[in-house]
Each structure stands twice: as C-alpha cells, then as structure tokens.
Design a protein around this ligand. Structure first.
Ligand code: GDP
Ligand code: MG
Length: 160
C-alpha cells in the first residue's frame, strides 16, 4: 500500500498559550513569545488581559474541587496575563513540550518552566493539553475578530 506524503503529514493545529501574572511581572513576555516565534510557529492572536474569576472558573473547570483552587484564582487574577494563539504542525503537543511539566522541578532545563520557574503555584505559563481544549480555550479568551488569518511568508521555509 502506498500513501501520499500529504496523508502522513501532521494536521495544522492551534493552541492557546498564556503567560501567567508572574511571567508578565518578571518580564518574561518577550522571552516566551520569542521561543514560539523562532521555532517557526505562527502567531494568530495576542493581547494583555486582566482575567476575572468567572473566566478562570470556566478555564480551570476541571480543577474546582482541588484544595489549591482558591489560591490558583488569586494567583491568576493578581495581575495581567498575556493571551496568545499559536498555529502550526502538532503545536498542541509541541507547545506542552516547550512549556515543560506542570511542576517546574520535574521540567527539563531548556523548557520554559524548567528555565524560569521553581514551584508549581508560580509556573509562569499555560498551554492547552489537547486539540479540543485548545479550541475551547481560544473561544473562551478571544473574540472571533481578535484571531487573525494572515499569510505567513516564512511558511515555505519552515515546512517541507
Ligand atoms: P498544566 O496543564 O500543566 O498547567 O497543569 P494542570 O492543568 O494540572 O493545573 C493547572 C494549573 O494549576 C497549574 O499550571 C498550576 O499553576 C496549578 N496547579 C496544579 N497543581 C497544583 C498544586 O498541586 N499546587 C498549586 N499551588 N498549584 C497547582
Ligand atoms: Mg491543564
């Protein structure tokens, strides 16, 4: 059986990446954007935003019963976050890999959490954990007109 090259090629995806209030306060916005940009991913949306509890309860719906949840709400509303959409091949899984593990002490050096953070309650960034949650989170954090489709001229130099 033969398969065309395009049939085995990974699908283009979008992921929701967010720099948490500690990442913004510590001046890591540029550094984190840089890593996604220089790898070759395409920026789809970007804004500095003050989140409220309502939005965070939706975003972290699966964690509401956890003992750390009140602290997580306080942390995430303590200052602005930076909301981003990044697009590219397999970007959901690759984005999680670039972030590192939830616990920074389990994160390899070279990852964002592994390079810039020490404890789980101040782990500086968020990344969607599946294609389905990415699409849900993008809808939650952005209005439709804030997510742009544009021609990326480096596409032909990043992809075969
Ligand atoms: P993520 O997908 O890697 O961000 O991890 P989770 O979805 O499991 O948790 C969401 C966020 O909640 C984490 O990034 C942490 O900021 C926070 N969190 C998770 N587990 C703990 C914990 O045990 N203690 C504290 N203080 N925060 C936690
Ligand atoms: Mg998560």
């Amino acid at each position: 059986l033969t398969r065309s090259r395009s049939a085995v090629r990974m699908a283009m995806e979008r992921t929701y990446i967010m720099i948490k209030p500690d990442g913004v306060q510590r001046g890591l916005v540029g550094e984190i954007i840089k890593r996604f940009e220089q790898r070759g991913y395409k920026l789809g949306a970007l804004k500095l935003y003050q989140a409220n509890e309502d939005l965070l309860r939706k975003h972290y719906g699966d964690l509401q019963e956890k003992p750390f949840f009140p602290g997580l709400l306080k942390y995430m509303t303590s200052g602005p976050v930076t909301c981003m959409v990044w697009e590219g091949e397999n970007v959901v899984r690759m984005g999680r890999q670039m972030l590192g593990e939830t616990n920074p002490q389990a994160s390899a050096p070279g990852t964002i959490r592994g390079d810039f953070s020490i404890v789980v309650g101040r782990n500086i960034c968020h990344g969607s954990d599946s294609v389905a949650s990415a699409e849900k989170e993008i809808k939650l954090w952005f209005d439709d007109n804030e997510v742009l489709a544009w021609k990326d001229h480096s596409h032909a130099w990043v992809y075969e």
